[in-house]
Design a protein around this ligand. Structure first.
Ligand SMILES: [Zn+2]
Length: 287
């Protein structure tokens, strides 16, 4: 039964509006060709949910797991790139919304990996969605958290270091991952944006459930603007124009379209403008 109806059945006491809230973020999804984006950073996600495999000689790191039903798709992609689920040692996340972490428990079980989570999102992942801001009715399989991370903490495996940048607001522990890789003779800075989005229904002013939300978004934009980015990636393919860039990438013209520092700067600028406009409108409305 589709998730939406299942939720509505189970929660007859809740008004229909809560059911609508529970299905955000949406789960329209399908497979996408796995590909090596740059150096040891590979794409193993769906056509919308961006999931990255960072491979090393000592095992691999997986960023995001999608929904529980996304996990078989990840398995197939990992296999088709010539890697093994069992070699995944660490599972990480962009942020604790169902479309990025509901598959964590299953992926942890299949791989035997440890799950590392930024502080602020750790409780939500451990409790299977409980404690989220706004999406009060969204639940998934709880997943043990093996390590809680702090801002700028390094996660190193087999010579590759991922840096956890705390970019809160979208969730309390939203994380942007950055790393430097060797691409042929060149060093490239990879940035995987956690999410800078003020979702519909987010209250930036006088928010009793998440009083720091507006301040947290401001911190996020400060952090994002401070990062050097060559390879622009994010928690959804749509953030970095994956569907447009992939066909160009496939042609192998010698120019990698995922190397897009200007695209990164423009995206962050656009999202900050949207945040500031929403904030101004909400401030005006409460006056
Ligand atoms: Zn989200």
């Amino acid at each position: 039964m589709p998730y939406f109806f299942r939720r509505c059945h189970r929660s007859l006491l809740f008004p229909a509006i809560l059911c609508l809230v529970a299905i955000i973020p949406a789960r329209a999804d399908g497979p996408f060709p796995p590909h090596t984006i740059v150096a040891n950073v590979h794409y193993v996600g769906s056509n919308d949910l961006a999931i990255f495999l960072v491979t090393t000689p000592r095992g691999h790191m997986l960023i995001n797991t999608g929904f529980e039903e996304t996990v078989p798709l990840i398995q197939a992609s990992v296999r088709s790139l010539g890697f093994k689920m069992k070699d995944i040692k660490i599972i990480l996340a962009s942020h604790a919304h169902s479309d990025h972490v509901a598959g964590h428990a299953r992926a942890r079980e299949l791989s035997g990996a440890k799950v590392f989570v930024m502080q602020g999102d750790d409780g939500v992942i451990r409790d299977g969605g409980k404690g989220q801001y706004l999406y009060v009715n969204s639940r998934w399989q709880p997943c043990p958290v093996d390590k809680v991370l702090k801002h700028n903490e390094k996660v190193t495996l087999g010579g590759t270091t991922l840096v956890a940048r705390h970019t809160p607001g979208h969730t309390r522990g939203c994380t942007t991952w950055s790393c430097r890789v060797k691409d042929g003779g060149k060093e490239r800075d990879v940035v995987i944006i956690g999410s800078p989005n003020v979702n519909p229904g987010f209250q930036l002013v006088k928010n009793k459930d998440y009083p720091r939300i507006s301040n947290d978004f401001a911190i996020t934009f400060k952090v994002l603007k401070s990062l050097k980015c060559d390879v622009f990636l994010g928690a959804h393919g749509a953030y970095y124009g994956m569907l447009t860039k992939y066909p160009i990438f496939k042609k192998k013209t010698g120019k990698n379209p995922f190397i897009d520092p200007a695209g990164y700067r423009n995206y962050v600028e656009l999202k900050e403008k949207a945040y500031l406009a929403t904030l101004a409108a909400q401030k005006k409305a409460v006056k």
